[in-house]
Design a protein around this ligand. Structure first.
Ligand SMILES: [Zn+2]
Length: 439
């Protein structure tokens, strides 16, 4: 099977009529076929290149999915606009993940220095681009622009508006013949770049109705985060786990997006603004801790929740944090022969600076309910070895999605927050940022 043929074959079937209403089962079938084909391609990539193999149902045999092609789900009943929207979001997430995989292959197998590569990777060969007919342009939209977009190069951004500047219609010249159709200015989306500048893009995959924003901590050459004794870098590990969480949420029908979709940096203020712009019900920042303080007999997972900031979100943040702590520590404790690191007050924590404000930017800046999870200690040799496995990614992603699903759909609250806040002044996050190509 040719990967390229499959890519082109499925992108031609992309959804175009999402905003028109009056959907038929044909609209559903089209999307479900596309979703199945994209899933097949994702699984082929995973099996061929040994990435996220835990995500392939049935595993891999000789570099291909053991179960062969993914089959579309059967749909019965009358499709609603929500049925369509859920599928379109899944398609967008799949596309973004496919492009991330493509970038990683280029990075691995081709070290030629070519400008205009994948986001944040100046030495990759090709720029990944999303299927053009899956993109929405400002002129395609009834009503206002979506709050967020995945740009044609696969970068997620908040949308600030649509460029209202209009261009004159193409002149007829002096032939006395009117132009067949007047030139319509479709405008451009005005977006906030990952570095926080204002820019415009011609099109993108709309991020609408997103309930959960996942934030892969760190990113870019200036901020790689903690590094394990095995060389595993936190920015990479956080991104891998975040994508697994997005996949897990997608498979449960929970619309989600990521603050960063590749190896580039983005200030905490921009990540927070992205979650606020999307009006997410939860922002989960994914991290792995360092350095190692002390040996524990169980996982030293720490979850930081909002305390003095975000008045309206505080209670939700504590409940979400409690669920995440309960699910994650429960799941990690199932791994055998791991020497864990743990500090005494590990748990669900409010961390305050000596000035009395929430110490971490990802907690103090967002208005939406936010938590920051330190799954474990990457600087601890034993935990770093575990974090490098596909099994860890699978288990941690599932636990995270379990907690998020319980937060959205139940009133369970999980582990109780520690009574006593921890007082800590974290180092300032690196302020340098390199812009990435948006299309
Ligand atoms: Zn971190």
């Amino acid at each position: 099977m040719s990967l390229l043929a499959l890519t082109l074959g499925v992108s031609g079937a992309s959804a175009q009529s999402a905003s028109r209403g009056g959907f038929t089962s044909e609209d559903i079938v089209l999307r479900d076929n596309l979703i199945a084909a994209q899933e097949t391609l994702l699984n082929v990539y995973r099996c061929q290149f040994g990435l996220d193999i835990g995500a392939v149902a049935g595993g891999c045999t000789n570099g291909y999915p053991t179960q062969g092609f993914s089959r579309p789900a059967k749909f019965e009943g009358i499709p609603t606009s929500e049925d369509i929207a859920v599928r379109d979001r899944l398609v967008a997430v799949q596309e973004a993940l496919l492009n991330t995989y493509r970038c990683r292959f280029d990075f691995k197998i081709d070290t030629a220095i070519t400008p205009g590569g994948c986001p944040g990777q100046a030495n990759s060969k090709q720029t990944p681009s999303l299927a053009l007919d899956a993109l929405v342009r400002p002129g395609d939209l009834e009503g206002g622009p979506p709050p967020g977009l995945i740009t044609p190069s696969g970068v997620s951004v908040a949308v600030l508006g649509v460029d209202g500047e209009s261009f004159p219609a193409r002149p007829d010249g002096d032939k006395g013949v009117s132009a067949p159709t007047p030139e319509v200015n479709e405008g451009r989306f005005i977006v906030m770049t990952p570095c926080g500048s204002i820019s415009t893009v011609s099109a993108g995959l709309p991020l609408q109705g997103v309930r959960v924003v996942v934030d892969p901590g760190h990113g870019g050459s200036y901020d790689i985060g903690a590094v394990g004794p095995n060389g595993l870098a936190e920015h990479d590990l956080n991104l891998t786990l975040s994508y697994a969480v997005l996949n897990e949420l997608s498979s449960r029908g929970i619309p989600a997006a990521s603050t960063r979709t590749g190896h580039y940096g983005s200030p905490l203020s921009v990540r927070s603004a992205f979650a606020d712009a999307l009006g997410a019900e939860a922002l989960v920042s994914i991290h792995h801790n360092g350095p190692t303080f002390s040996i524990g007999n169980r996982p030293g997972t720490e979850v930081y929740v909002q305390s003095v900031s975000a008045q309206l979100a505080r209670a939700d943040s504590a409940r979400l944090g409690g669920l995440l702590h309960q699910e994650i520590t429960g799941a990690l404790a199932g791994f055998e022969n791991v020497s864990w690191s743990r500090v005494l007050d590990a748990g669900v924590l409010r961390v305050l600076s000596t000035r009395g404000s929430d110490a971490y930017g990802m907690i103090s800046l967002p208005n939406v309910p936010a938590v920051l999870v330190e799954y474990g200690y990457l600087t601890n040799r034993s935990e770093a070895a575990l974090f490098a496995t596909d099994e860890y990614i699978r288990v941690a992603a599932k636990a995270t999605a379990n907690a998020i699903e319980a937060y959205l759909n139940t009133d369970r609250s999980g582990t109780e927050s520690n009574q006593r806040p921890r007082v800590f002044n974290p180092a300032r996050a690196p302020s340098s940022c390199n812009e990435v190509a948006l299309e």
